[in-house]
Design a binder for this molecule. Sequence first.
Ligand code: R5P
Length: 308
Amino acid sequence: MGSQHNVLVLSFPNADDLGRSISQLLGLKHRVIQYKIFPDGESYVRLPEEVSGKHVILIQRTYPEPDKRIVEAVLATDALVSHKASLITLILPYLTYARQDKEFLKGEAVSVRAVLKLLSSMGVDNLVVIDVHKPESLKHFKGRYLNVIPVNTWVKCLSKINLVNPAVIAPDIGAAGRAEALSKALGCDYFIIRKARDRVTGEIKHELPERLSMNGRDVVVVDDIISTGGTIANIAKYLRSASAGRIYAVASHGLFVKDSLEKLRSSGLSKVFVLNTVLAREAEDLVEYCDVSKELADAIKESLLGDS
Ligand code: R5P
């Protein structure tokens, strides 16, 4: 590993907890970005110390208020480039805009491409994300990138419960890789359920296999994002009818928009585990947050700190 004196962790106030824990785990100095909102709503960002010649690891949570958070990351990157940081690593634990990854309907913006092109062109050298919606989207980022699949953290969350003869479920084909990785770590099998979403109304349709019986097995549904909760709630209801035992959901990013919690509660889930990649909601019984700092720090140490 290169000199740790030359590496500085800077976090936005909304990622202060992650900045502190990651810097402690890596033995690095941590400072919080100076930040305020002008009366007209614009964000103001100032570097808290000299960064010239330093590898700066900048951490920002991009949810809620994704647009504002991305702009703030851009402002901080501008300051880092102009103050001659030698290397800029941006950690966006949840890469917002990642679901609009192609032109589903003619004329649509490919949002993830736009965001990644913007960050590259501003001067971000390395981008670190957790469980991006589709890993292939990251090709639009021109520097080096790291997509951390947080299997160890999922397993740690699930170790709090004593799973009985578990099975893992991917709620769509896109989640197959996650389900495979988690089932391997848990030493069990996994099933994939196919899903289609109406691109105009957003309505979800699952092709549920008629004869799947879970025979009282505990089931873990794994996904990258829980947004409206429709995907997980739909699957959970189906799994109950397929004689599952307890039903759990584990996801990397819990956005919990609108009435998602009501939906999830009434679907028969025993618990929903999500990671601290976005700002946590108020505490409540169904949802439990798991800290991804260790897995993030390990990945950064292994892949990005050698050349600092
Ligand atoms: C979609 O392909 C994603 O992997 C998630 O399944 C989806 O974003 C979940 O959204 P919602 O909670 O609104 O169903």
